[in-house]
Design a protein around this ligand. Structure first.
Ligand code: SF4
Length: 174
């Protein structure tokens, strides 16, 4: 190193930053102080896998069929269906792959992703009946990033995400 420390960046779901990229044209801005500080520090790398994967805003709501989880979609056994029954799996997989490429490019080891989303959800999604019933499991992008060894947390775990960053900093970098 030439005295310049590497700054650890964090991949963050774009909708958490106030951008109106959700399926319904809305955002889910987080005002968490950790996130605000990361923004000031220039650590935040915004990413929306569904838009990156080629879906428009707005778009029909989509859920992982049979609540099979993001890994099933990545392996080709599961599907993501929109509320009209259209198979949109290819968009979700493309978005996840781009998220991983982007994360690798930026040497990202921590991601904070929007809970509940069929792409981003770190610990739950919905049961594919479009009736707001939650099921444990991860979205397609969350699953792919985790498989690659990236720490994936939700917007309610920013303190924990910050602890992980601090640990990485102590191991070298900032
Ligand atoms: Fe937000 Fe992720 Fe949905 Fe994009 S795909 S709107 S970033 S939850």
């Amino acid at each position: 190193l030439t005295g310049q420390l590497m700054m650890h960046r964090v991949l963050v779901s774009t909708c958490l930053l106030g951008e109106r990229v959700r399926h319904n044209g809305e955002h889910k801005q987080s005002h968490d102080s950790v996130l605000q500080r990361w923004l000031r520090e220039g650590r935040v790398v915004p990413f929306c896998p569904e838009v990156a994967g080629g879906l428009p805003v707005p778009r029909p709501a989509a859920e992982i069929a049979e609540a099979a989880g993001g890994l099933s979609v990545l392996s080709g056994t599961g599907r993501v269906l929109d509320v009209n029954g259209r198979d949109v799996s290819a968009f979700f997989v493309a978005g996840a792959q781009q998220a991983l490429e982007y994360a690798r490019l930026e040497s990202i080891q921590v991601a904070v992703l929007k809970e509940g989303s069929p792409s981003c959800g770190p610990s739950f999604t919905y049961d594919s009946t479009f009736t707001s019933r939650r099921v444990p499991g991860q979205g397609v992008t969350a699953a792919l990033l985790r498989q690659a060894g990236i720490h994936v947390l939700n917007e309610f775990q920013l303190a924990e995400a910050n602890r992980i960053l601090t640990q990485l900093h102590q191991e070298g970098g900032s």
